[in-house]
Design a protein around this ligand. Sequence first.
Ligand code: ATP
Length: 359
Amino acid sequence: MARIDLVDLAHSYGNGDDPESYALKPVTMTWRQGGAYALLGPSGCGKTTLLNLISGIVTPSRGKILFDGVDISRASTRERNIAQVFQFPVIYDTMTVGENLAFPLKNRGVPKSEIDKRVAEIARLLDLTPDLNRKATRLTADAKQKISLGRGLVRSDVAAVLFDEPLTVIDPELKWQLRSKLKALHRELDLTMIYVTHDQTEALTFADTVVVMHDGRVVQSGTPAELFDKPAHTFVGYFIGSPGMNILSAEVKGREARIDGHTLTLARSYDALPAGAKIEIGVRPEFVDVAAPAPGLLAANIERVDDLGRIRFARVRVGDVKFAARLPAGFSPSGSAIGLKFDPAYVHVYADSRLVEGA
Ligand code: ATP
């Protein structure tokens, strides 16, 4: 397994020289050896492009990729020693499950005793042992995709294992199991893994570090808790969480934020915000407390309650501003009027969508 460095890496499919039009805008970052990474973002944000640059399917228009310090930007996929799992099963129907799992090892000339050991281990980890001698053609699509996962994980000497939306074809119930299984497999197998998905639950369950992409750009790389507690970009706040972060236009001066005539006190002071920038504050619904109206609370009205079973989110309105707030368990407002309290530690300030650190 390798440490992976992306150095000023960018790619254009031929849309001109302006980096703003690139499918992948210049990125420099390091992925540690043995880490579990997710590339997360909506359709078209550049996840597959970045994955294909790492695997060698696409050659970068600019910058470099290093594996353990060695420039492999122009090396073939085979030379890069990468294993890949795609959205749809890539297996041989005429072979047995065991033969399919053994194939990547045979292909690299691994001795038979080692192949047998490794295949047995992977089959055990993926609950495929009872199927080892069955022909793959008789299996369901779910089971076939499990074999694809096994084929991706069977070699212990790869630089990295890349997964491109591998659970798309999996039935929802099994998806839950496989998600946590992949996490456990990462711990057990000690491989560098990179997992592409547009599904935040998959990304947050699997990865130690989630790399969030938006419009061809890496906007934040961090642990699930960092992305949740301190989004570096308004897009991360909005995209992660359900519902996402409230992003409200505000005037911010020192420790005060004014929203539609109402004043909030901030935890830090913001004295040097860039002139002319669009200033917004972001606060997650989980950090807006809803209570009965009372002096000192921000007066608001509930417009709607989304009941998600154990969790309820209120859609509230303060003047002309609408946002979401979490309702405490057992709280039932007597009318639409409520009071709101923001936890200042979780109110963030953004200038042109980027987080500003207060002083
Ligand atoms: P999805 O989840 O839909 O696959 P993605 O986040 O993986 O999306 P990419 O497939 O990397 O995004 O696409 C990024 C941008 O590059 C998109 O605008 C896409 O249309 C464009 N693109 C991708 N592949 C090519 C290609 N072979 N030729 C030209 N443009 C491409």
